[in-house]
Design a protein. Sequence first.
Length: 159
Amino acid sequence: MPYLRWIVAFALFVAAFLNYVDRNVLGLLPTTIQKDLYISKREFASIINYFLMAYTIANLRSGRAGDKLGVRWSRALFVAWGTIANAFTGIARSLGQICGLRFMLGLGEADRYMASPEVGSECFPISVSDRYWLLFKAPAIRQRWCSWITFDKTSNYKK
């Protein structure tokens, strides 16, 4: 079933795309988040730092998880973990809650760079692997789309 591999590739692309959207929205809404949670700029920076700390730790360990569990199970586990953490971030009402949930989200997002190349090498023959790599390795394209989407939806700019 050659079409199945493209469904998997598209699912990996969507997961990466949502990761970029999530990061951009947090960076575009610091004043709104600070007002809602009554936190300072330094406390807002700690939210981002917790995410980056967890992301770094998970990057060091996610390859081992992929080797032990296999690409499918490890990717499913990391995506589920990140999705649950992201969903609960929306209901966080204190600095401690949002820092903890962003830490959990950082743990869930790190597997993408470990699992996606392995998926490409396992699922795609060499004759079409270049198209998969374009889809997977197009962060500039994803960042532009995500920036446009998040800026357009969150901006108060009037023409």
